[in-house]
Design a protein around this ligand. Sequence first.
Ligand SMILES: *[C@@H]1O[C@H](CO)[C@@H](O)[C@H](O)[C@H]1NC(C)=O
Ligand SMILES: *[C@@H]1O[C@H](CO)[C@@H](O)[C@H](O)[C@H]1NC(C)=O
Length: 451
Amino acid sequence: MLPTWAGLLLSAVPALVVAQSANLQGSVGALTSLEDKRATKTCDITDYGAVADGSTDISTALNDAYTDCSSGGVVVVPPGDFALATWVTLSGGSAWALQLDGIITRAGTEGGNMIFIEHGIDFEMFSSTGKGAMQGLGYEFHLDGDIEGPRLLRFYDMASFSVHDFALVDAPAFHFSMDTCDSGEVYNLVIRGGDSGGLDGIDVWSTNIWIHDVMVTNKDECVTVKSPSKNILVENIYCNWSGGCAIGSLGEDTDITDITYRNVYTWMSNQMMMIKSYGGSGTVSNVVMENFIGHRNAYSLDIDQYWSSMDPLPGDGVQLTGITISNWTGREADGLERGPIKIMCADGAPCTDIVITDFAMWTKTGDSQWYSCQSAYSDDASFCLQAGDGGTSYPATTTTVYTAPTGYKAPKMRGDLSTHTWSTTASIPIPTFPASFFPGAMPYSALAAGS
Ligand SMILES: *[C@@H]1O[C@H](CO)[C@@H](O)[C@H](O)[C@H]1NC(C)=O
Ligand SMILES: *[C@@H]1O[C@H](CO)[C@@H](O)[C@H](O)[C@H]1NC(C)=O
């Protein structure tokens, strides 16, 4: 069921239905409206001892407010600067919400997760103003080169939840992970981390999750699906100077199916989309990656089953089958150095049913680019894919092209900047929301922050 307020946006309803039909199974999101939760109970942390002075640990107040509202109600973090020094685990709630209108800044140094929410059902975490945020001050760890310290937000075993309209900033480690969750909707989020690996935006390994209208700035995962996952729809994503989106890294007994990425805009990232593994076993099947725009990324489509950043795992390789790449436009940074199609499948498990259509990318630098495939099969030979249904491996085969494909030109987002402002040595300011997360696409739900 949709929250009531979303139901009021009548014009958005047909779009929601269309979007959800792509890969989701049944409805996603919180079950009880905020109005009903508020009517049940409101637990404001300042009534439990929290002080918005930027230094008093709100941990006990947050735990106590949660205890009173966890079986129905809204825990409110009102506007103001709050400090969290002792991490909280909010376990077993139902029909509750966490309204984050203030800013929670990290004040402790433990590892783990600043806010860990688990074993709950019918949950909503949101900012009513779009101004709520978690500020991780990760740079204090990153200054001396350490990617350690806590993750900002982690969900485990949560069902029927909505997460929206706040910012996650400068995580010491990852920003937001969803582990073994079901039927969630995550939208209108802005994530901004340091310019370094190890600072993932959103990682999800779950079932029936709709992630849309999200911007990520960092230098690692933008929105990434891990194993096991099923029925995940990711759309209207702005990877603004990030690592880029990915599936993986994949290991033994990989089990990923029915994944759609749609309307993904990637600027100055490592890649537009990557599937990464080295050895391992299991399957990735029925994946669609459509309507991608990229500008000045290193790689574009990068399927690498010999990924050099991981140690090889036991197994012949993860079987990739039924991967459709369609409607990609834009320009990669340097197509002779890193061509826009790189598909290195495992020789022990050649990829099958790879379909590439409406793919028009061209190089920003120079006048040529390459397509390279290894052990990758399609029904018909196209680009560097060989025709056939798998079986035998073949070595990397590279085709260099000297003519730009027609229709490669693609719009840019207004927020693109030519320099990365956020280093790992200074505090990262809380960002504001872009009006849109993909050229020409308005957010499915109006931004709480307005536009
Ligand atoms: C291809 O993607 C663009 C956005 O880059 C979109 O405007 C267009 O409608 C898409 N075309 C098809 C056939 O889906
Ligand atoms: C995109 O990222 C750059 C570099 O971090 C930042 O300066 C810019 O404000 C971001 N764009 C938006 C719309 O936030």
